[in-house]
Design a protein around this ligand. Sequence first.
Ligand code: SF4
Length: 270
Amino acid sequence: MGENSGIAWTTHTWNPWIGCTKVSPGCDACYAEAYDARFGGKHWGSGAPRLRTTIQNWNKLKKWNRAARKSGVRPWVFVASLADIFDNEVDPEWRRDALAEMSECDALNFQIVTKRIGNAFKMLPSHWALSFAHCGLVATVVTQKECDRDLPKLLEIKRKYGVAWVGLSIEPQLERIIPKNGDGLDWIITAGESDQGGALGREYRVGWAFDLIAWGETHGVAIFVKQLGSFFARNANFKDRAGADPAEWWPPSLRVRQMPCGVPTTLKIA
Ligand code: SF4
């Protein structure tokens, strides 16, 4: 659940609950399910109850928010690494509670990552633009087909609800993906798969990252190359098993780690 995250594109991860159902080839080796199972949990799959996290965990948001106000630096907060905020099997009241907390903690830059972006149409509150200006939505897509299906929905949600910024998380990237439309898209993360959930990471090609970097330059979209994945790392004999250390081999043109353009990272201290 992470006080500070090891993920290069965020500062903290926050999970209001744990549990989910697999909905994509990107879920095949879900690390969250493996994490849950390690602690004896049974919160995965259709019909499995989700586990609301402790009040202490929920209170972390207010703690980080106070720290941000004091320091003047807005941290990034990844919601949710062990669940999906738009899971239609979770108690709607939990989602309402989580969104209320997030709305209140407006010194934090929330990165809401989902594989169910279509559900956002019915699950986002109508006052989103007013109360959630510090929150961005990120849709995970792992194939060209998923990108073609979900990017139009993401852009439509941005327009309809006035979402501050939107992104695509292409992790694990399973093939070459080129978005068909960049109008309104603010950010793309690309990453190869880690060995996780008891499975070996699937193939990732550096050319896919270069294609996205070039596409981002042309379309004015920020690109974050997170990691080359364990398949690549094994073949290249990297020390970092996820291929996430740019100091290992990465040519300078691959070391592209941009954050969504125009999102403020500092605060005025009152
Ligand atoms: S959506 Fe995320 S948390 Fe849910 S099963 Fe897929 S990979 Fe796991």
